[in-house]
Design a protein around this ligand. Structure first.
Ligand code: DGL
Length: 260
């Protein structure tokens, strides 16, 4: 059986790269829902419907464990899937997200005030704030939606993205770390590090999600026992576009993307 990774598009490849670096021997199936991208400005109901469809697709392709690499999907839909949908329909399949491991990583750097920059939907869900304050209610959390960043990255306009980062970071006051709470933002981490005040830690998911996942598997031998380890890595999207291969190639060299 495989590890399924799901994202609204190709941004999740950034985190997938860190999975492959740490756990490359495992069989992975990546599914990018490019037909419905972006999720960041969709309603919670729409995102939930897409997430259920993606989960069903990955299960139909023999995934035993599914990771929502998409922050918006993790923030808006994961709880419902974990608490209601999966126990009812697929009690033997694990579904995990990126929010909780990211929160753990931020808190491990002993923050007193954490900033979160994310899509509109992720900020509206307040999932990051809730999860941070569940662990430590004394931590102050400031959440800022950055609706213009994903379109700038998708449009390959990094000059604009840099200008936007410079403006967005001004909205944070006295934070000691900043969570980049969107799949695309690790591509901008150097801009964030350049424009944030000195000493503010940037929590970028590409830098620790592989390690977190490895730790998770080492605590779950029952999952490891059923996972294939044939080094097979397959990448599919719900709507193929000639441009995608170039975008993906920049993230994972040599990648082949197919229609789901
Ligand atoms: N994958 C989304 C996230 O991590 C960003 C792109 C989108 O809006 O779909 O929030």
């Amino acid at each position: 059986m495989k590890i399924g990774v799901f994202d609204s598009g190709l941004g999740g490849l950034i985190v997938t790269k860190s999975f492959l670096e740490e756990l490359g021997e495992y069989d992975f199936l990546y599914y990018g829902d490019t037909k419905n991208l972006p999720y960041g400005d969709k309603s919670a109901k729409e995102v939930l419907e897409y997430c259920i469809a993606a989960t069903e697709y990955l299960i139909s392709k023999d995934c035993k464990m599914i990771i929502f690499a998409c922050n918006t999907a993790s923030a808006v839909a994961l709880r419902y899937l974990q608490r209601s949908y999966m126990p009812k329909h697929h009690p033997d399949i694990k579904v995990l997200g990126v929010v909780v491991p990211t929160v753990e990583e931020a808190i491990a750097s002993s923050s007193k005030a954490i900033g979160v920059i994310a899509t509109q939907s992720t900020v509206a869900s307040h999932m990051y704030k809730v999860e941070i304050q569940k662990i430590n209610p004394d931590i102050k959390v400031q959440e800022v939606a950055a609706p213009e960043l994903v379109p700038a990255i998708e449009g390959n306009d990094f000059v604009k993205a840099e200008r936007l980062v410079r403006e967005y970071v001004k909205k944070f006051e006295n934070i000691d770390s900043l969570i980049l709470g969107c799949t695309h933002y690790p591509l901008l981490k150097n801009f964030f590090r350049k424009y944030l005040p000195r000493g503010v830690m940037v929590i970028s998911q590409d830098e620790f999600m592989g390690r977190k996942m490895k730790e998770y598997l080492s605590n779950h031998p029952e999952i490891v026992a059923v996972l294939g380890k044939n080094n097979e890595h397959k990448f599919v999207v719900s709507k193929l576009n000639a441009h995608y291969e170039n975008v993906a190639e920049k993230i994972i060299p040599g990648i082949k993307i197919m229609d789901a």
